[in-house]
Design a protein around this ligand. Structure first.
Ligand SMILES: *[C@@H]1O[C@H](CO)[C@@H](O)[C@H](O)[C@H]1NC(C)=O
Ligand SMILES: *[C@@H]1O[C@H](CO)[C@@H](O)[C@H](O)[C@H]1NC(C)=O
Ligand SMILES: *[C@@H]1O[C@H](CO)[C@@H](O)[C@H](O)[C@H]1NC(C)=O
Ligand SMILES: *[C@@H]1O[C@H](CO)[C@@H](O)[C@H](O)[C@H]1NC(C)=O
Ligand SMILES: *[C@@H]1O[C@H](CO)[C@@H](O)[C@H](O)[C@H]1NC(C)=O
Ligand SMILES: *[C@@H]1O[C@H](CO)[C@@H](O)[C@H](O)[C@H]1NC(C)=O
Ligand SMILES: *[C@@H]1O[C@H](CO)[C@@H](O)[C@H](O)[C@H]1NC(C)=O
Length: 484
């Protein structure tokens, strides 16, 4: 399949809006594999004058052959880094949304620095495409951020009670949305938000960078996200989500700048992402205490592959702490972490309810870690005092294998909940080299049970060591997840 669209011919369908005519010709060529190039060409116009065209060829895989296209500049966009493009984004998206049921549309953001307030994606079958040299700069003016209701599965904002600032790019109840680029940049300009958070000056919960709710068929790919005010990518109550080829960076001291947080989602693939952040690189969630229990929507069928993480005070992959709707069937492989607090960390507490089960992690290379394995049953942090003290989380069937770690302070700190042990833990084929300043006791296990084989240093007694003849390899499922 090969299609070529001439952008100028589409433009004539537009109502007159007084846009600057440009020499820009955009051809969108959809083939099955991606190729991106910007070519500066010269040609002669009808009067024989030499004119320059910039031709953008871009295309990406599968779910997104869009019939209609528009460039931000045609809606009054100015990429000088200081002019507000809030209206240009709204006009562009409003205009393009009319093609929702006519083959969908793509909004192209050319090279430049595009300052804008938050904007909503309002159309199905929609692609936002950032040129390699396009930088979206999130406005630091709080009045440009609508305050919206808290998520029903959280009952309140995380920073403050009550509402929350809308995310920089927000959408709800959408199908087939692609946010992508040739590694273009989305800059959350988070610093003033971090300062206000530290000083307790925020009236509402900080915005996330990208949040899509109740959506199906989402792809976020080939982008660089920097300095989010808080979490970066937050797909919530959604299914069939791919996050791929995304670089996320924020100062390692910035508060709550989690990388990717699938929250009550089904069928999610996170692949080939590189994350440096002040909080968990990937944090898998599903609602908070009584609100999450009532909402009852798990995160399941999550596949994480080739993740590289640097996060000195947080986890490579966190399961929780908000997990009250349940987390199940998580597979992770080929994970690299450097100077990160822990590998996979399970965080939960009395009052959470829900479960974390059927977790399969294999192939981790870790360097300079506080804990390779960490499970915490007393994480605390409740939305309010109305949580049910009898709502105990179930943590079971947790499998880790094929792990090499060096410069580690403590091999494993596994703390279940008294009266509610974490069970079915299996750790195999793991080599941990302790640091010079390592804790005397490499493992500390309480209220857990499981087995181990081929693990050095020798695990705690609660992880019963299997003889060679049993050689359990924490049997991993052989069938693939749908999204894989
Ligand atoms: C991302 O970019 C790479 C390299 O340009 C390309 O091969 C890949 O298909 C793109 N992926 C997506 C999902 O857009
Ligand atoms: C974006 O969507 C939210 C939630 O539906 C709404 O409150 C807000 O007004 C919308 N923003 C714009 C600019 O339309
Ligand atoms: C979005 O979908 C959810 C779940 O189906 C529904 O409860 C909600 O009313 C929808 N919201 C909008 C704005 O359509
Ligand atoms: C994307 O840009 C970031 C930041 O400049 C860079 O570190 C990363 O290597 C780039 N990714 C690709 C695939 O080119
Ligand atoms: C080992 O880890 C410590 C922190 O615990 C760090 O200061 C040191 O640089 C690391 N050494 C190497 C060789 O990476
Ligand atoms: C043990 O793990 C290493 C990687 O850490 C891997 O290369 C090796 O194949 C694994 N051994 C078995 C028996 O699976
Ligand atoms: C081991 O963990 C338990 C439970 O958190 C704690 O009470 C105990 O002090 C720890 N032991 C050591 C030696 O750190």
């Amino acid at each position: 399949m090969k299609r070529t669209y001439n952008y100028l011919s589409l433009k004539s369908q537009k109502p007159k809006m007084g846009f600057k005519q440009s020499h820009t010709r955009i051809q969108v060529i959809n083939i099955v594999f991606v190729l991106a190039a910007v070519i500066l060409t010269s040609s002669r116009d009808v009067n024989g004058r030499k004119v320059h065209h910039r031709e953008y060829y871009f295309e990406y895989s599968s779910i997104n052959c869009r019939e209609h296209s528009g460039s931000l500049t045609d809606f009054g966009g100015v990429g000088d880094g200081t002019t507000s493009n809030t209206k240009a984004f709204q006009d562009a998206i409003n205009y393009l949304s009319q093609f929702e049921s006519e083959g969908g549309s793509i909004l192209y953001v050319p090279p430049g620095k595009w300052l804008t307030g938050s904007f909503n994606i309002t159309s199905d079958h929609f692609t936002l495409f950032l040129h390699q040299d396009a930088v979206l700069l999130a406005s630091q003016d709080e009045s440009e951020w609508t305050v919206i209701e808290p998520l029903p599965s959280y009952g309140r904002g995380r920073d403050t009670e009550g509402g929350r600032y809308i995310s920089f790019i927000f959408g709800t109840n959408l199908t087939d949305v692609v946010i992508t680029g040739d590694n273009g940049t989305i800059d959350g300009q988070g610093e003033p938000w971090w300062d206000k958070f530290h000083k307790g000056e925020l009236q509402y919960t900080r915005p996330y960078l990208i949040e899509l709710l109740y959506s199906d068929n989402i792809q976020i790919s080939n982008l660089t996200l920097v300095n989010s005010p808080s979490w970066n990518i937050h797909p919530t109550y959604s299914s069939n989500v791919i996050v791929q080829g995304v670089t996320i960076t924020a100062p390692v001291t910035s508060p709550n700048t989690d990388g990717i947080n699938p929250d009550s989602c089904t069928n999610v693939r996170i692949q080939d992402c590189y994350i440096v952040s002040g909080d968990d690189c990937v944090a898998v969630k599903s609602g908070w205490d009584e609100y999450g229990i009532a909402f009852g929507m798990p995160t399941k069928q999550l596949f994480i592959k080739r993740l590289t993480c640097i996060s000195p005070s947080s986890a490579t992959i966190a399961l929780g702490s908000e997990m009250s709707g349940g987390i199940e069937d998580v597979r992770a492989e080929d994970i690299v972490a450097i100077n990160t607090e822990s590998g996979v960390r399970i965080k939960t507490a009395v009052g959470r309810g829900g479960y974390v089960k059927d977790i399969y992690v294999k192939g981790m290379t870790l360097k300079t870690m506080k804990y390779v394995f960490w499970m915490t049953g007393n994480y605390g942090s409740h939305p309010d005092n109305n949580y049910d003290p009898n709502a105990l989380p179930a943590v079971e069937n947790i499998n880790y294998r094929d792990i090499v770690a060096e410069n580690v302070t403590m091999a494993g700190r596994l703390e279940g909940i008294p009266g509610d042990p974490f069970t079915g833990i299996c750790i195999s084929n793991v080599t941990i080299e302790l640091a010079q300043n390592a804790k005397k006791l490499p493992w500390n296990c309480t209220d857990i049970s499981g087995i181990s084989s081929g693990v050095t240093p020798q695990p705690c007694d609660l992880l019963t060591q299997q003889g060679e003849e049993y050689s359990p390899s924490c049997d991993f499922p052989t069938e693939h997840l749908l999204i894989d």
